[in-house]
Write a protein that binds this ligand. Sequence first.
Ligand code: PLP
Ligand code: COI
Length: 350
Amino acid sequence: MSQPRYYFPGDRRKADLDFANLGFDYTPCPYRFEAVFQHGVWRVRGLVEDTDMRIPEGSQCLHYGQELFEGMKVHSGPDGRVYAFRPLENARRLNQGARYLCGPEVPEELFVRGIEEVAAANLPYIPPHGSGAALYVRPFYLGIGHNVGVKPAKRYVFRIFVTPVGPYFKGGFGPDQGKDFMVSRLDRAAPQGSGYVKAGGNYACSFTPGQEAKDGGFVEALYLDPREHRYIEEIGAANFLGFRDGVLITPKSQSVLRSITRISLLEIASTSFGWSTEERKIALDELGELESAACCGTAAVISWISRIADADREWLFDFDERWQRLYDSLIDIQTGRGEDPYGWRHEIPV
Ligand code: PLP
Ligand code: COI
């Protein structure tokens, strides 16, 4: 993981990376952005170079999981312009989490300025247009302090690192790239709990279900609703989508993360394509009635589902051109390849 040379913030040379063949892995970039909250105010530290962080051993983020994170992508347009996708939505979701974890909100302007600065500073690592890769942006929020009691922190760190990434699920999207998922009997979230919050603890709890799925030869776990284990919740770190009788359906649940990709796809489906969409409970037993199924997220984009297996039954699905249309429309908007009728692209000054 050696870096070939030093890059100044905003250096216009491209990093010496095989962008077209990246996986969803961490490649250290030269700069990260940091702000700290203390005595009631956020202070911007700006761009920092150290990949490692020094925090008190008693920090709430370490012991009690007072941590939040976000994920979004930055793309290069065909003309070299650089775009983030709906960063304000991520800021709002992070702040919803901050309220839930009893910490201070990150001002939206600070959040968005931070993304602009860190993306621009790491310009050499923003994958070239057409490479199929993107700069993944990972804002995160830590409660810190010299503490041992179970209570919210008084000090916080907000940091954003970036890393160039390829497909989240190996093989990415394509007509021959259906993915197989396994129904998990374990839950990632409680019925009245924090499933809709992007808190680190929700993800540590998904390691065992995810590993069980992988051990069985599947890509990820599909979660059922934690109250009755009857309805589909989501898949790993992605929301579930299906077509039934021509309607694009997606689960309605308190314990599912509100995926920004999903709300964007529903908007494209209804507004650009005139398709009916519905957010409602989807029973596992209903899978046999679906024409096709997929999952979506920032990292996953859209992945269509070829198989869902439960202990004693399974459902098989074929590729559906409608996923391709949704995928292309979303990528056109995100990468600047097409029009942006919804105003979702946020141009980063570089
Ligand atoms: N569900 C979970 C649990 C996630 O972690 C993510 C990723 O952020 C998603 C769904 C997809 O959300 P988004 O489209 O906002 O990335
Ligand atoms: C994302 O899609 O951005 C995620 O956060 C998913 C995962 C990498 C946790």
